[in-house]
Write a protein that binds this ligand. Sequence first.
Ligand code: SF4
Length: 80
Amino acid sequence: MRRIKKLLERLLRLPLPAVDAVERARVGLCTDCQHARRIVSAKGSSFWLCQRAVTEPARFKRYPPLPVRTCGGFVALTAR
Ligand code: SF4
């Protein structure tokens, strides 16, 4: 179990995969936000998880309706 936890932690630290223009238009701000995690299903569908929903569930949805055009929690990836 500890080994799996360490593997997951390592995977979550990996940079987000490249996002093409179509995905960027479909998703909006989350594609460039440090709080977002892209989850790709076995069938190839992608979902965007907002990690701020874990600590602030009243303010953020775990899977926000897309596209996200404005968001008070947005922090640009380059601001890391
Ligand atoms: S904080 Fe806003 S922009 Fe960032 S991942 Fe969550 S919903 Fe998307």
